[in-house]
Design a protein. Sequence first.
Lengths: 331, 331
Amino acid sequence: MQDVAEKAGVSKSTVSQYLNGRFEYMSAETKKRIQTAIEALGYRPNQVAKSLKQKRTSTIGLIVANILHRFSTLVCRAVEDTCHEQDYHAIICNADDNPEKERKYIDMLRAKQVDGILVIPTQDNTDLYEKLIQNGYPLVFLDRKVAGLSVPSVTLNNREIARMAAQHLIQQGHEKISLMTPPLGVSSRNERQAGFCQSLRDHGLSTRYVVSVELDQIRQRLDHMLQTDPPTALVTGNDRVLMEALPYLKEKGISIPETLALISFDEMELAPLMDPPITTIEQPAMEMGRRATEILLRQIRGQQADIPLQTVFDATLCIRQSSRFKRGNLL
Amino acid sequence: MQDVAEKAGVSKSTVSQYLNGRFEYMSAETKKRIQTAIEALGYRPNQVAKSLKQKRTSTIGLIVANILHRFSTLVCRAVEDTCHEQDYHAIICNADDNPEKERKYIDMLRAKQVDGILVIPTQDNTDLYEKLIQNGYPLVFLDRKVAGLSVPSVTLNNREIARMAAQHLIQQGHEKISLMTPPLGVSSRNERQAGFCQSLRDHGLSTRYVVSVELDQIRQRLDHMLQTDPPTALVTGNDRVLMEALPYLKEKGISIPETLALISFDEMELAPLMDPPITTIEQPAMEMGRRATEILLRQIRGQQADIPLQTVFDATLCIRQSSRFKRGNLL
DNA sequence: GTGAAAGCGCTAACAA
DNA sequence: TTGTTAGCGCTTTCAC
């Protein structure tokens, strides 16, 4: 920068003005000279120095559970797009639902002075989140809330959509309905399970098929269930569960939906193309990612006024003829 | 840091030593005092300042075409994992195969002083890449090469795998074989097409079904082709093409593989579960992402010695009974 | 073993 | 309109 200044015959501060577009008090003459000098020297401003001085990095951190989940992939894309539009960048981290890893990432992101953090939170770092809030650190939760914390969060109408899924199956005559989710503890899964069970109980049905299982246990749990006390309908809690269940069901030659009706949370691109097509509960992941980013950026800019504490999106039950009484013209 | 130093009764530089683990010449006494002071004050080092001083940010840039492509998703995860292991971070950018956007991203990343860039390159920023190389800027290409540039690149055996796919179909008796790829211009697609055509010609077959089409034209192109001069086999060039073709084929009631045998590049999670299962060409995306990151980090650390210019991975043809003469026991 | 001092590249009062 | 100056928070010789 000094070099540019000398070459243009002005001072560093004038160059700085130029770079920051403060041309108001600058003669066209100087402007041109600086311009020329910059090009001649191939000068490139150093954003790190700028960040140090200004105490903002134009970077946010995004912590997802695992980018390989379709939901997270969509979120990442939406967040990145939104950041790009506003000249921000996103550092993406996979915490794998591991509180330790999440904590480490948050520490690293803070050390890097990111302007804010967007996170699909685990539920075991409440103290850490609390400290962030106390420090006035911009923070937004996505997909999940954390009990007792007032952090702006963007979530889904989990209870209602789970209830709708259950009702859909009940209306079709199912009475033994299973919901398989990954281990509980995170709000979205808890809510889904609660809504689902509520609906079952409202109809006097048993909730004994509602289970939470680690991914690697899905197959054996399914196996056990189908051997001993088979449900007639299954709702998988996310795309990973589906990807475990489906190969198993196929192997065993269990026909869908005749033997087992199937509904899955999360968009799976090929789901509608399968035979039979799988009914899915689609989440507006990209809209959620975008909105969450907008809220975070607002927080960063101190526009405290228009920051909603809760933003709830609606999931959609995409019925695709996958439940047993829907074949033919019974509908 | 000053505060910590005062509280511990030492100087800033001693604190710095402490933070960087240079305990060799430090009394256990001072060490403990600094430790206590840090905790008491809740001091957190500022990585931006450190970066400014040291001229490295422990951050790399990753530019993919579109993270929504399965290949890119896998790459992102692998890159992030590898970075995390080495205390690096990745800023992820979607250039959408748009040279302008790519250029803008590269500029921004450089301004942010990222230590290196990993990119799935478009083919129209050769001058920019050249400048980076001249400046000794660590750069690695993934999935594609750029003509005339000697940049370490991690690619696939595109020619061979395309040839294998063609041969597989030919062996099954197909003579009218189509390859549909997105527009050419990027090395991987070019190579695939070249290998494919080569194989067709070697067997005296026509290459008139080998086409490059924009994604939004796929359906109509397929429609046209199937109406006028239908091939008996189709190879889709990536997951996006497949996702265009499949709904169309399903709509039209074209039976796979009886009427049209189908092979697709790129892993699609549900492909093996479809009925009939789709034969795919699987790329070791995560291994490629990991290797590319390792090469980039080596470059960053100046270990010029062990940087291979070309790293070629093998794709695998996963045959899944999707081609017509394979039903029953003809195989 | 520890401290003083210079400086990384930039911005932002305030002066001129 | 432009220049001077004082840092931002850290590392790193080199003295002591």
